[in-house]
Design a protein. Structure first.
Length: 425
């Protein structure tokens, strides 16, 4: 059994989750940061993180962190932390391909006594039912005899500079009580907020997936209320502010639900539930409602344009913001794309403006080429889709300058007052 002082750490996947973790560990112990994306590795070696989760100074402070895209370098490690993406496919089914590939890579260098810790969001049971068999097959070693495993769900919040990896309480678990203790001690080296040692790997997996499912359902409820209140010509934000005066009212707001967690994780849970013979109702209903909000937003915009006698066919609309949330460059599973596609169905020309994103990435991921600057007096409709600080700084008067003399300004993020916009969600 490894001792804490014996651990030689490797982190597999240096994205929004893996890099901040690698940097914090790299301040205290030797760490190999591994990613299959060579340009990503080269950029990090040059001292810059394109996701903006870690600044250049923090990278310098991680003096014991090295980067590699060469799987052979992983042979130096005896504890592996896997932080690869876990997306869904076109049919909203879990896509475990990155996990399988990461497990295969580790399996080729896995030695007796080694530990593999997974952080990627999965359904309960996936670590032991899907990942461990891959490790066993590739390595030829036996689980819980020759090697061990753990699960510690990621809780990264992209763009959030207050809630960082070290200041968010960390759930840990291990495949044996001794391994669980060691893994918990390892994370306690860097987690200021402390840890919670779950009773099993499955419990830790389940805890992660319900965190975001709960948020998804709460937002779905508020989205449905917004649809109802809009039909009644009641300002949703005014209602929420009034209800929020009660001490135990939860402060959720309506909006698009995208990103790598909230818009994805519930499908992992429902997939597992259906595989054991239970068809979830509330969770899937919430997902359907949240996934329909892009089309709803466009329908509201079209109605308002028609009331103002703005010709819809051939109109031009500016969508301000493409990322899934404010003040970060993360485009994963952004639901703003649903708005763009729906507008194009009406033969509306769409300009997307977002100062945070990589144009190359937007083009590659969504076939969207954002504009460098919006046109002055150029648009029949303007949708404030993401609450970037740059848009807040512009204010209503400057944002309206992008519109033609007759236009509709739709504020999805409550950046403006009700009087300053024509529509609010």
């Amino acid at each position: 059994m490894l001792e804490l002082s014996d651990i030689k750490l490797a982190i597999i996947g240096l994205g929004y989750v893996g890099l901040p973790l690698a940097v914090e560990f790299g301040k205290k112990r030797s760490v190999i940061g591994f990613d299959i994306n060579q340009p990503r590795i080269s950029a990090l070696q040059a001292g810059h993180d394109s996701t903006l989760e870690v600044d250049d100074q923090e990278l310098k402070e991680a003096s014991q962190l090295s980067y590699s895209a060469n799987p052979a370098d992983l042979a130096q490690a005896n504890v592996y932390i896997v932080t690869v993406p876990t997306p869904i496919d076109a049919h909203k089914r879990p896509d475990l391909t990155p996990l399988y590939k990461a497990s295969e890579t580790i399996g080729k260098t896995l030695q007796k006594g080694d530990i593999v810790i997974y952080e990627s969001t999965v359904y309960p049971g996936a670590t032991e039912e899907e990942c461990i068999p891959v490790l066993e097959k590739v390595s030829g070693l036996k689980f819980n005899e020759d090697f061990f495993a753990g699960y510690s769900p990621e809780r990264i919040n992209p763009g959030d500079k207050e809630h960082r990896v070290t200041t968010i309480k960390k759930v840990t678990s291990g495949s044996t009580p001794q391994v669980a203790d060691l893994i918990d001690s390892l994370y306690n080296e860097i987690i200021i907020a402390g840890t919670h040692k779950a009773t099993s790997i499955k419990v830790a997996e389940a805890a992660k997936v319900i965190e975001n499912t709960q948020r998804d359902l709460n937002i779905a409820l508020i989205n449905e209320l917004a649809v109802i209140f809009n039909k009644m010509d009641i300002d949703t934000e005014a209602v929420l502010q009034a209800a929020g005066t009660k001490w135990n009212f939860l402060p959720f707001r309506p909006g698009l639900v995208g990103g790598h967690c909230i818009g994805v994780d519930p499908y992992y849970l429902t997939h597992k539930a259906e595989s054991i013979g239970y068809h979830p109702q509330i969770i899937l209903a919430g997902r359907r409602l949240n996934d329909s909000m892009g089309a709803y937003v466009v329908s509201q915009l079209i109605k308002c344009m028609m009331k103002k006698r703005i010709h819809v066919d051939g109109a031009k609309v500016l969508v301000m913001g493409l990322t899934f949330k404010e003040n970060c460059p993360d485009l994963r599973n952004t639901k703003v794309v649903d708005i763009v596609k729906e507008l194009e169905e009406y033969n509306i020309a769409v300009d997307v403006f977002d100062p945070w994103i990589s144009s190359t990435e937007a083009q590659h991921e969504y076939n969207i080429t954002p504009v460098a600057e919006p046109e002055i007096n150029g648009y029949d409709g303007i949708i404030l889709a993401v609450g970037h600080k740059q848009f807040v700084a512009l204010g209503a008067e400057n944002i309206r300058k992008f519109g033609k003399p007759e236009h509709v300004l739709y504020d999805l993020k409550y950046l403006l007052t009700a009087a300053e916009s024509d529509l609010r969600l």
